[in-house]
Design a protein around this ligand. Structure first.
Ligand code: NZQ
Ligand code: ZN
Length: 386
């Protein structure tokens, strides 16, 4: 097991009706900027619950943060923070609204010249502007981690950012919000959280027995609740397990003391930037070819996953590993997610070369847990995913 530090300062308030507790979590006399997305919260009752809980605070609203939060829109919100002398940010939404709020948390206290540099140069944030979240969509884990991913349409770029100053102070997780989520987004949440676990598990054995079993138990729970929550998003017990699995998949815990990969995400982000494909679906496109291409390096963990998560007991290490990959793709497909790029766009030719060139230009020489997935490998992996 590798050495590690672990500190996660986010307070989680979980359960039915807990949005009302907002009022106790925001500093007294705060002037709050409430940030939200395209308006789903106005149709499902979440908006009313939040406004009610905020009745003793001065509140300014900023709606319209799009899925794949857009830099230009966030720059408008930054103006509002300054003009209105806001003292606390409240994100009410899914990963996009929360990530957008994290960018604002970094940008509002940024000492540099141009906030774009936070993204372009991946400048880490050690002290952020205070914020909390009300989660409306389980998927990203952003409610309990310090990372964010921001898009710039103008240049078709999607960059990750973060730092220890960007953990939410609190996040309220009421599984009842899941009832109004469209099936497409539920499928995305299941596939995204599943892949988050894989990125931190499908590497090489590190004698981290507990982390392995944490990871496997999250995968098993997601597999178990998937058909139930896809069938009926109002199933509270399934929603609660789905929501907590998504949070636990990416709050830092399972990643401690083990190598992690994240190459599937790095390639996937490019597919969202280039084609606008939903984040989770890009992961389902890349995962199989990434694992097949890197079979030699990953076969032991793949075989362990096949055995412990999918109960595949027969065959050699390689055979079990391949079976594990097949099961993964079949799982994504069981959610109605297509797993090749050409099923999303006719314009896919040249994508592999383009992504490889972008990585080359950014100086990303070696991705993955061993730092050895080069831009040339990336080209081959993306091509295999056509
Ligand atoms: O915008 P509104 O109208 O609110 O609608 C949203 C949006 O269209 C809708 N929605 C959310 N909650 C709902 C709901 N509809 C009905 N009922 C509800 N309760 O769902 C749509 C998608 O929302 P979005 O926030 O974009 O989805 P998600 O949570 O999957 O976030 C995706 C973003 O997170 C980034 C992705 O790259 C992408 O930009 N990620 C962030 C990570 C992180 N911070 O740790 C890690 C991830 O790997 C990921 O990269
Ligand atoms: Zn993800």
């Amino acid at each position: 097991m590798n050495n590690f530090d672990f500190q996660n300062p986010t307070k989680i308030i979980f359960g039915k009706g807990e949005i009302s507790k907002l009022t106790n979590e925001i500093p007294k006399n705060a002037k709050v900027l409430m940030l939200y997305g395209g308006g789903s919260i106005k149709k499902n009752g979440i908006y009313e619950q939040v406004i009610k809980a905020l009745q003793n605070f001065e509140v300014v609203e900023f709606g319209g943060i799009p899925a794949n939060p857009e830099y230009a829109v966030l720059m408008d919100a930054l103006e509002v923070i300054k003009k209105e002398k806001i003292t606390f940010l409240l994100a009410v939404g899914g990963g996009s609204v929360i990530d957008g709020t994290k960018f604002l948390s970094a940008a509002a206290l940024y000492k540099g010249e141009n906030p774009w540099n936070i993204l372009k140069n991946n400048e880490r944030t050690f002290k952020g502007f205070p914020f909390g979240t009300v989660l409306t969509l389980p998927a990203t884990g952003s409610e309990m981690n310090s990372g964010a991913v921001i898009t710039r349409k103008e240049t078709k770029e999607k960059f990750a950012m973060g730092g220890p100053g960007l953990f939410p102070q609190f996040s309220i997780l009421d599984p009842q919000v899941v009832a109004s989520i469209p099936q497409r987004q539920i499928a995305n949440g299941l596939a995204d959280s599943f892949t988050h676990v894989l990125e931190q598990y499908m590497t090489y054995p590190a004698h981290a027995n507990l982390q392995d079993r944490f990871a496997e138990s999250i995968l098993q729970t997601i597999i178990e609740v998937a058909p139930k929550i896809m069938k009926n998003p109002a199933n509270y017990d399934a929603a609660a397990n789905f929501m907590w699995s998504c949070t636990m998949a990416l709050n830092g815990l399972i990643q401690k003391g083990v190598p992690s990969d994240w190459a599937v995400h790095m390639m996937g982000h490019e597919l969202t930037a280039l084609f606008g494909i939903d984040h989770a679906r890009t992961l389902a496109i890349i995962a199989e070819s990434h694992y097949k291409y890197n079979l030699e390096d990953k076969k032991e963990k793949l075989a362990q996953y096949a055995a412990r998560v999918w109960n595949i007991t027969g065959g050699s290490v390689e055979e079990k590993a391949m079976e594990g990959i097949k099961k993964t793709t079949a799982f994504f497909q069981s959610l109605g997610i297509k797993t090749t790029l050409s099923e999303y766009t006719d314009d896919y030719k040249g994508t592999a070369q383009l992504i490889s060139k972008r990585f080359e230009e950014r100086g990303w020489k070696g991705l993955g847990e061993r730092g050895k997935v080069t831009p040339t490998d990336v080209e081959k992996i993306v091509e295999m995913a056509y």
